[in-house]
Write a protein that binds this ligand. Structure first.
Ligand code: DC
Length: 230
């Protein structure tokens, strides 16, 4: 049997990429790499060391030598799909803190931070057997990936899903408008930023998850991938 391929999966925030990406990886016996967590990890490290992320040269230097390890998380009881270690310390739950949410877009727009992360992502992608999730995987990181998926859903649907996720942590229906506004704000930042803006590769398959259960989306993807596996 030949080497397993790498699947590129891009799309806007909260479109369902990590949910279906994880399911697709499990179905194929691949690993999932959520590249957003790498930009988040650099942000955690920068906030811990400098208190903010405004010194681009310092954040770049940090990203270039960061000791980051991502472990696939089979068997963890707390719902995580991976564990991220910074210098051996588990920072997985810090990756989604409000402070990181507020600063990560700025870090992800530093050109040399991107170069450092893309280099690591390519090394992981080269091994094959990976579902790699992000914003620029099909366009920049792995332009030769045999299968590229571009996952979308309407902003309203994405806001409803985010709200449902957050209801477990106490969010209420009154928070819907704020969540929707935040999703639209992030779409704007991601798609208009200077370096590697969010966009579908010309050869990406568009997968609209609006109104679909994850299992339905998964089965669409498995059918598609099957055509490439031959
Ligand atoms: O998917 P996420 O919300 O965890 O992404 C965090 C940030 O990183 C967000 O600003 C988009 C950015 N990102 C990126 O620029 N390129 C990627 N391949 C993945 C994420």
């Amino acid at each position: 049997m030949g080497r397993e391929m790498t699947i590129a999966m891009d799309g806007p925030a909260a479109a369902g990429k990590t949910t279906v990406g994880q399911m697709l990886a499990e179905t194929l016996g691949y690993v999932m790499l959520d590249t957003g967590c790498m930009y988040r990890a650099v942000t955690v490290a920068a906030l811990n060391q400098f208190g903010d992320v405004s010194d681009e040269a310092a954040v770049v230097a940090l990203a270039q030598q960061i000791d980051m390890e991502i472990l696939s998380a089979d068997g963890f009881a707390d719902g995580r799909s991976y564990t991220l270690l910074l210098a051996g310390e588990d920072v997985t739950w810090q990756l989604r803190s409000p402070a990181v949410d507020a600063h990560v877009s700025q870090v992800a727009n530093y050109k040399l931070v991107r170069e450092a992360m893309v280099q690591r992502q390519r090394m992981i992608g080269e091994k094959g057997g990976v579902v790699m999730i992000g914003r620029d995987i099909g366009t920049v990181v792995l332009p030769d990936a045999p299968v590229k998926l571009y996952v979308i859903a309407s902003p309203e649907e994405r806001a409803r899903r985010r709200l449902a996720d957050r209801q477990a942590q106490g969010a209420t229906v009154e928070d819907y408008e704020a969540i929707l506004a935040d999703i639209k704000r992030r779409d704007h930042i991601d798609s208009t930023r200077e370096h590697s803006p969010l966009m579908a590769a010309d050869d990406a398959h568009l997968i609209d998850t609006s109104g679909k259960l994850p299992e339905v989306v998964l089965s669409e993807m498995v059918t598609l991938v099957g055509k490439y596996k031959g």
